[in-house]
Design a protein around this ligand. Structure first.
Ligand SMILES: [Cu+2]
Length: 183
């Protein structure tokens, strides 16, 4: 006769007996490790980690944001790479970056050691901003209808790719932006 497994059938074996020694050990270890990870996330990493992920978010109409990006680009454009404008954000000022399927515009040129307000938004759908930026990496959701404002200070010079880390369609893997940090 076939053995049927169903939640309606009484379980086999000695399930009603208390846990064995090995099981108690493993359950105990799992509980201790769970509490340890909870403590790390809530208390330990915030206390010792040098994270600067203080962000602000504001509502914005995508068309309004697009106009701001265009104005920022027109006022600060310094070049072009493969048809994408390269824009030098004013030191200490605002740097606009717009995600759209499937691009990041414009390419940003920043100065090392200067602080910028990076303003991120999306023209169409949800994207993910990911920038491995010298010693740290930045990851933020980019949503249409919202500006995400991040304070950044480039610590190393060089060229850094911006990728999209939120799957957004068939061209997702082609969404490559660029941040150029000059000395
Ligand atoms: Cu994407």
């Amino acid at each position: 006769m076939a053995v049927r497994v169903s939640s309606l059938v009484k379980p086999r074996g000695a399930w009603w007996q208390s846990l064995g020694r090995d099981e108690r050990l493993w359950v105990g270890l799992v509980v201790i490790w769970g509490l340890a990870m909870f403590a790390m996330i809530v208390f330990i990493w915030p206390a010792i980690g040098a994270r600067d992920n203080d962000i602000q978010a504001y509502r914005v109409d995508p068309a309004t944001f697009h106009d701001k990006v265009e104005a920022f680009t027109a006022a600060n454009k310094v070049g072009e790479i493969a048809g994408v404008p390269v824009v030098a954000a004013p030191a200490g000022g605002d740097a606009y970056l717009e995600a759209a399927a499937f691009s990041w515009r414009p390419f940003l040129q920043l100065q090392r050691g200067k602080q910028y307000r990076l303003l991120l938004s999306s023209r169409d759908l949800q994207h993910g901003f990911s920038l491995v930026f010298g010693p740290r990496s930045l990851n933020y959701q980019v949503l249409p209808g919202y500006i995400t404002v991040v304070q950044i200070t480039p610590e190393r010079s060089g060229e850094f790719p911006v990728v999209c880390n939120e799957y957004c369609g068939l061209g997702h893997h082609l969404m490559l932006g660029r941040v150029i940090v000059k000395d």
